[in-house]
Design a protein around this ligand. Sequence first.
Ligand code: NDP
Ligand code: MG
Length: 387
Amino acid sequence: MKNIIVLGVTGSIGDSVLSVIKQNKNKLNLLGITFNSNTAKAEDIINEFKLKNVYTESNQSHEFLKHTFENNYELNILRDKSELEELLNKDDVDIIVSAISGFAGLESTLMAAKTGKTILLANKESIVVAGDVILPLAKEHSTEIIPIDSEHNAIFQCLNSDKNTEDVSKIIITASGGPFLNKKISQLSKVTKKEALNHPNWEMGAKITIDSASLVNKCLELIEAKYLFNLNEKFFDLVVHPQSIIHSIVTYTDGSSICQMSNPDMRVPIAHALSLYDKRLSLNFSEIDFSSLKLTFEDIPEDRSELVNIARDICNLGGSSGTVFNAANEIAVQSFLEEQITFDKIYEVIYRTFDAIPMSKNIDVNTIYETDNQTRIEAKKVVKSIS
Ligand code: NDP
Ligand code: MG
């Protein structure tokens, strides 16, 4: 039995993880969860899984838990971060799923990196901002980081569930193109929130859905891949593949290209990662209909090349550059969702903020938080100037 803790259980990745656990109850056990504001969903999960451990940083949610579960003596309602850290380090914990959205996932991912357990990583933002810190920390503590972002999990599977890239000549990361595929940035000034949130292939949380529509998600994924597979950005090509069937392709030095395919369903990479070094789990998945399958590939649109070039620069620069990019984007996305800026201005907020903040090469956890804070202030100024 593998005991699992899910950080950010009330989100879309949380849903997929719980679905895989429910389908494999003889092998997987949910030992603890964290969440932020969705108390109704957390309550259902606690009851359904007869949970023993729950943590939330939110005072309101904590009060709700204390009140709702006052007679449930089996449930451990953790209050302090130190209690969460203690839980993550318990002997019976095998797997920690990092599935909080955005920069907010950094703190618990850092905690998880020190446990020596296996992290199933969905929270790409923590690697983008702190790859230089998290990867050495994980190495020092023998913590294994297994990607569940579909493209990175695909790469990992194509590498035979190994991160040995010695014989690799190229890795192709596919992008769906999102709802605005074939639209120029100049055509995006009037698109609505509803349109931007309507991803053609994947059902995901709001932030990553907007990132997919702007192609920032692919930039974050390029940086994530650079760190997770320890390869120069030159090894990675980004290609639009609107059907989202091939999740990535690894080409070896002898000319063989290996890809991983599935219908777009996050439970597939999650099931792979949860079964690692064991037999595959069983999953109720929808089969690819190969008889009617048409797979197409195209270049990333020309007018997004400035964005992709920034991501490539970040791969080479390291230091604080990922934090600046991520924070500028988080403010841009939030401002779009709050209808302060139009969709096309997301790019302007990122470019202008990225130019305005000086980069530093050497970073630690404190400087990451400082840079994040400073960048958010600058990005909000840019938003104000254009809204
Ligand atoms: P959601 O928005 O659906 O869920 C986010 C989760 O994080 C919720 O449990 C939420 O709690 C929690 N959370 C949000 N803010 C905070 C905070 N300040 N402190 C603590 N917890 C917080 O996101 P997704 O599941 O879509 O994405 C999660 C991560 O996985 C992201 O990094 C995303 O990029 C990555 N990812 C997602 C994919 C997907 O298919 N969804 C695919 C690949 C990667 P609550 O709801 O209770 O407020
Ligand atoms: Mg992805």
